[in-house]
Design a protein around this ligand. Structure first.
Ligand code: CMC
Length: 382
């Protein structure tokens, strides 16, 4: 038995994967060998999903069939819609609503009885989940606004259709492309906490609905998916207080506060996804309100140049720029983490499929540090 304790499993190898690779020192991320920059610039989220799930980029006919198969699975049933309405009325948090929705999708799964070892069936179930998440999420948001849900538009891709269902208006090309790019950037990222959670659940050969529900739960925490919302709240706090961003960040660091959107367990340099989103944020600023871009860059420059935080390996992560990009697309702040889940579901499913193909139950151990020789005393004598 190995005695080494690796708290947080930091640096521990538990599986082999062909899906994504992060070079934390070079700030490089690839999906199946393709640099994230090339995919973000040249592909759509559907192409990236196909790549992750099937191992190669699709040809035109493959993409057409795949997109159609996703499009025809978008509808969610009335029970899911009614539940979204009840949860919206109860002021439930969107991540909790999403967790409930994904769990509910299994009730209408046409292949619910499929053998868990039938990975083709698992892949089809995964496709259904991925297609339905945007519909359930958008419906939840519509109910919060006291509006009726908007039916999916089969002529729109996944990203544009989500924005359409959310607002009831066709997004312009810039909004649709920016959002599609954000989905690509969040689709996979090695064995992060939520992906590992999905894999642990998948390793018991539980169904993919359970694995994705667990992924949503793990992503909801502020140390993982919740940071994008925290970043935007900080930016708004700075803006509303009319504080100089420099003054805010000086105070925050003096008080020893953690800056949301900074630091990463794997990256020691700036996250490549943050670089791409920073470019989008800059473009949106040039065509609209530049204050968010100004505040974020002021904070980043101060932390890197004055505080030397970046030199210490605490650099902007993907969440640092995604928040203000979503804000400028008009997406409600508490939907940022659910959007992350909407994209990352593709990665969770890919990892579960890959792991189950050569499955071994994940079962680590803890070093026991409790007492050894207590004498039991019955309840009435305690
Ligand atoms: N601001 C200021 N200092 C920080 C920050 C930060 N955001 N993050 C880490 N540090 C410092 C930390 O105080 C510690 O300093 P010291 O050694 O002097 O005590 C040192 O860096 C190492 O911190 P750590 O907590 O051991 O690092 P970790 O690898 O366990 O943490 C993290 C990674 C993401 C949890 C952490 O950086 C953090 O809390 N960041 C803010 C939340 C955030 O942005 N999360 C999104 C992560 S990326 C998206 C995702 O994966 O979901």
């Amino acid at each position: 038995m190995v005695d080494d304790l690796k708290k947080g499993l930091e640096g521990v190898l538990v599986a082999e994967s062909e899906l994504s690779s992060i070079d934390g020192d070079a700030g490089r991320l690839i999906y199946r060998g393709y640099p994230i920059e090339d995919l973000a610039r040249g592909a759509t989220y559907e192409e990236v999903l196909y790549l992750l799930w099937n191992g190669h980029l699709p040809h035109a006919d493959e993409l057409e069939a795949f997109t159609e198969s996703l499009t025809e699975e978008r509808t969610v049933n009335d029970d899911v819609l009614a539940t979204m309405e009840r949860l919206a009325d109860a002021d439930e948090r969107p991540m909790a609503a999403l967790r409930t929705a994904v769990s509910m999708f299994s009730a209408t799964e046409p292949e619910g009885d499929a053998d868990p070892e039938d990975l083709d069936a698992t892949a089809r179930k995964g496709r259904r989940i991925t297609a339905k998440i945007p519909t359930a999420l958008a419906a939840f948001e519509r109910y919060r606004l006291d509006e009726e849900p908007v039916d999916p538009d089969p002529d729109l891709g996944l990203a544009a259709n989500f924005l359409y269902m959310l607002t009831g208006e066709q997004p312009d090309d810039v909004a649709a492309e920016t959002f599609d790019q954000a989905l690509i950037l969040h689709a996979d990222h090695g064995l992060n906490a939520s992906t590992f959670t999905s894999m642990v659940i998948g390793s018991t050969m539980a169904d993919i609905y359970s694995a994705v529900t667990g992924g949503v739960a793990a992503l909801s925490g502020p140390l993982h998916g919740g940071a994008n919302q925290d970043v935007m709240e900080v930016l708004i706090e700075i803006d509303e207080s009319n504080k100089d961003p420099l003054e805010w960040v000086e105070e925050a660091t003096d008080e020893g506060r953690r800056i949301p959107g900074f630091g990463h367990r794997v990256y020691n340099v700036k996250d490549p996804r943050a670089r791409i989103l920073q470019e989008r944020s800059k473009e949106l600023a040039e065509n609209g309100d530049d204050k968010w871009y100004d505040i974020t860059t002021t904070i980043e420059n101060y932390l890197s140049e004055e505080k030397g935080l970046v030199e210490k390996g605490i650099a902007p992560n993907v969440d640092f720029y995604s928040g203000s990009v979503y804000y400028q697309l008009g997406i409600p702040i508490d939907m940022y983490t659910p959007i992350f889940a909407m994209s990352r579901a593709g990665g969770w499913i890919a990892h579960v499929l890959e792991y189950q193909d050569d499955n071994r139950l994940i079962r680590p151990r803890a070093r026991y540090t409790g007492p050894e020789d207590e004498t039991f005393v019955s309840l009435d004598e305690r």
